[in-house]
Write a protein of this length. Structure first.
Length: 276
């Protein structure tokens, strides 16, 4: 079902690597809902990923940008303004990477240069992008900015490692910048805290399959898929959510409010029976 919720709007989308990517689904839905899109990703991702396939499908230009590099971000925003012929209306930050997670280095043996890289790519990049957008006055009044987060920002989850700290900073940046951009330009900034999802970034986390099974059993509505996450993003980009800002919005089938579910108890009881 298409509602034309983004008719006439223009959006910049970070992080569509392949069709599993949450950003891929967001770009597709945004296009279906009438938006004009520009896609961006890191140079390595543009070499190895499928972003070009998506760009052809949705008639989008691609601009390369490593989000740790301020010159790249400045170039991205300037080119985006050129291609769109003016300001744009929404932006999706869908970026995460931890060298410690990738290399299997545990949190209590962390490598600090890796840790800094995790924070730079996954959290500070959000600040860098928004500060550059503001410097260039690139986003229309009443525009909307969304970044993707995870519940590890509030609750400790085994093996999520330094990404938990990155997500806590990311959510804090959304509030701090949301205040500034809100009072100046009525631009809203929110994070969506998404269920565990099978993607390239997700699969980097050791034990993802067990986590997906656990949260599926714990959540009354079940895990949220990437496509469902995209639907939620569309509502936040649309004019229907103009006064929602500085929030971390859980999109997790209810997991974040649960303590224990019937399905999880049953699974736990089964393991007792098997071990007795
Ligand atoms: P993904 O692997 O498809 O997307 C991550 C993106 O980050 C990739 O496109 C990658 O190229 C990009 N990226 C990495 N380093 C970059 C750099 N230096 N410059 C520019 N881009 C860079 O995975 P997914 O899951 O779609 O991740 C998107 C967001 O969703 C991330 O913030 C992730 O933490 C978040 N998220 C994912 C969950 C999951 O279970 N997959 C759950 C909750 C949140």
């Amino acid at each position: 079902m298409v509602y034309n919720l983004l008719k006439g709007k223009k959006g910049l989308i970070f992080g569509a690597l392949n069709k599993q990517s949450i950003a891929w689904q967001v770009a597709l839905k945004s296009y279906e809902e009438g938006a004009e899109i520009i896609l961006t990703n890191a140079p390595f991702a543009l070499r190895l990923g499928d972003t070009k396939i998506l760009a052809e499908k949705i008639n989008a230009e691609i601009i390369s940008c490593d989000v740790t590099n301020l010159d790249d971000i400045e170039n991205l925003i300037k080119k985006t303004l050129e291609i769109f012929g003016g300001k744009f209306d929404f932006l999706l930050h869908s970026i995460g990477m931890s060298p410690n997670v990738r290399k299997g280095i545990p949190y209590d043996h962390t490598n600090y240069s890796n840790f800094l890289k995790t924070l730079d790519v996954s959290a500070l990049s959000f600040h860098k992008i928004m500060q550059t957008c503001r410097n260039y006055d690139a986003i229309n009044n009443w525009g909307s900015i969304v970044a993707l987060s995870y519940i590890a920002a509030q609750r400790t989850l085994d093996r999520y490692n330094d990404m938990a700290d990155a997500k806590a900073i990311l959510e804090s940046i959304a509030r701090s910048f949301g205040y500034i951009y809100g009072k100046e330009k009525n631009i809203r900034i929110n994070t969506i805290s998404q269920s565990p999802t099978r993607t390239k970034a997700g699969s980097g986390v050791d034990g993802l399959e067990s986590l997906i099974d656990f949260t599926e059993k714990m959540s009354p509505l079940g895990n949220a898929t990437a496509e469902e996450c995209a639907n939620y993003c569309i509502t936040l980009f649309s004019d229907l959510t103009k006064k929602v800002t500085m929030q971390n919005l859980f999109h997790d089938g209810g997991f974040s409010s649960m303590g224990m579910s019937e399905k999880a108890i049953r699974q736990y009881e089964k393991s007792f029976e098997e071990n007795s």
